[in-house]
Design a binder for this molecule. Structure first.
Ligand code: NAP
Length: 486
């Protein structure tokens, strides 16, 4: 791998995200040689840690990682420096600036700066404006900012956040993470769509009946209740991950696989998100909340949750794109916590042929073809075709053609954060989200939120079930059904 030189500053260096995701990802990049001699990481947070203590934390965070040996871990950790810092205090940015310059000289990092905001979003604007006012930006190499979700909580707050970031960074320096875009099979979906003559020409309303996207979680809200009470599944999963998956399913083929062309295609697609009315929103969106099971608390009994909370832990909806290529093709989406199993899947249902020559001889009906992309935990895809049942009669049956990556291969492949940080180091924005996408998706989501806040049913469902019946009825109403139950 080509080595990338950089001084990486992590705001929130003592936090959960940094320890669980970022340090392991940086380590794997080190193991693969993307990071080698010419890099240093500055971790900052308020607590007063020493470099030594910080390096112990780094080592600890790598305990369950593959490809670790004592020597490599030690040399990796030696690149880490800790700077106690309150992001609201201007003076501390001067300290950071000087430390960055010192480390840049020491490691010959070519003046490159990567800033990572791994903190509560309310600080993002403050950090960005200080990076600008205290001039932390390097004049020599690149300056890039990686920013985590949530990117705002509605259109207005997202715009405000974007404006404050924009004061310090240009759009082409901002890397907004949606970690679903770092997943193998989400990236793999584009290969399936755009390289197979079997699929590419029929990927439109003439041949596709409906699309179904499922992000099912088995876990409940866990220790994130404080945040979740202010968000809910619609903001937490639909505005970002589900919308990004819709874009990868529905966008037009980019002319080339470059960040510019991919984002051009995505922007065009998001421009076709309809302007919803509250009435449409109420009709086409269902919200739910999990109840207790024998062994688990219901959402309202969780710590830090209001006992009358109407926050949704489940969402199902029907999206109709305003795009002539997709007229009449519903995109059904659903996501929820405490469902029967964990699964992220994309199902494409194809339309039946208008004429089946076997009908006349009393054969069983041909079923629809379906392509299911398994994003996780299984990774691969299945295409179901109609075949003939063995024997003298002409009975049809469905044959699945399945491909799955083996667990060994999955385990050895880079994790989403590793891929995305590598992309940011290389200056590749393909798998990050841009502002126009945020803008369009928030505007859509805000209407659903508003419709619910003005009063809508909250469908209760049992923990460990496949979600509320209302989500099944939403499809049945229009003559569809979910490909699988969760
Ligand atoms: P966290 O564990 O609460 O970490 C927050 C960090 O910010 C800590 O290092 C804290 O350290 C620091 N901090 C707080 N106030 C500060 C201040 N005034 N000045 C300087 N540092 C301050 O949060 P997290 O779970 O890592 O989440 C970080 C971001 O990632 C959030 O936007 C979250 O939504 C997002 N995210 C997290 C995950 C995840 O798996 N955790 C997944 C997706 C997205 P001190 O207390 O020492 O200052």
């Amino acid at each position: 791998a080509k080595e990338q030189a950089s001084i990486i500053t992590i705001f929130g260096g003592s936090g959960d995200l940094a320890r669980r995701k970022l340090y392991p990802a940086l380590y794997q990049l080190y193991h693969r040689g993307v990071l080698a001699d010419h890099f240093a990481v500055i971790g900052t947070a308020r607590r007063p840690w020493s470099d030594e203590f910080y390096r112990d934390i780094i080592r600890e965070s790598l305990q369950d990682e593959p490809n670790t040996d004592e020597e490599t871990v030690a040399s990796f950790a030696s690149h880490f420096y800790y700077q106690s810092h309150d992001v609201t205090d201007a003076d501390h940015y001067i300290t950071l600036k000087n430390l960055s310059q010192k480390l840049d000289d020491q490691y010959e990092a070519k003046g490159n700066r990567l800033f990572y905001m791994a903190m509560a979003p309310r600080f993002f604007g403050t950090i960005a404006s200080h990076i600008r006012s205290e001039n932390l930006l390097s004049a020599k190499g690149y300056n890039r900012l990686i920013i985590e979700k949530p990117f705002g909580r509605d259109y207005d707050s997202a715009k405000e956040l974007n404006d404050s970031i924009g004061a310090a960074f240009n759009e082409d320096q901002v890397y907004r993470i949606d970690h679903y875009l770092g997943k193998e099979m989400v990236q793999g979906l584009l290969a399936l769509r755009f390289t197979n003559p079997l699929l590419t020409p029929i990927w439109n309303k003439d041949y596709i009946s409906d699309v179904q996207i499922t992000l099912a979680e088995k876990v409940g809200v866990e220790e994130r209740a404080g945040y979740y009470e202010t968000a809910g599944a619609l903001r937490d999963m639909v505005q970002n991950h589900i919308m990004q998956l819709i874009a990868y399913v529905a966008m037009q083929q980019p002319t080339t696989f470059t960040p510019e062309e991919v984002h051009k295609s995505k922007n065009k697609l998001f421009a076709h998100l309809p302007v919803l009315t509250e009435e449409d929103a109420k009709r086409n969106w269902v919200r739910g909340q999990y109840l207790a099971s024998a062994s688990q608390k219901g959402y309202r009994q969780e710590d830090n949750v209001d006992e009358n909370s109407n926050i949704e832990t489940y969402v199902a909806g029907r999206i109709d794109l305003d795009d002539p290529r997709w007229t009449g093709v519903p995109f059904f989406v659903r996501t929820g916590k405490r469902l029967a199993k964990k699964a992220t899947e994309i199902a494409i249902n194809f339309k039946p042929l208008s004429h089946n020559i076997f009908d006349a001889v009393g054969s069983k009906e041909a079923r629809v073809n379906r392509l299911t992309v398994y994003v996780e935990p299984e990774q691969g895809y299945t295409l179901t075709l109609n075949g003939k049942t063995i024997g003298a009669d002409y009975d049809l049956r469905q044959d699945p053609l399945s491909f799955r990556y083996s667990q060994d291969v999955i385990d050895a492949a880079p994790e989403a954060y590793e891929r995305l940080i590598r992309d940011a180091l290389r200056g590749d924005q393909t798998n990050f989200t841009r502002w126009p996408e945020q803008e369009a998706t928030w505007k859509y989501i805000d209407v659903v939120r508003k419709a619910w806040d003005d009063g809508a049913d909250l469908a209760m469902y049992n923990s460990g079930s496949h979600g509320p019946a209302a989500a099944d009825k939403l499809l049945e109403r229009d003559g569809y059904s979910w490909a699988e139950t969760f």
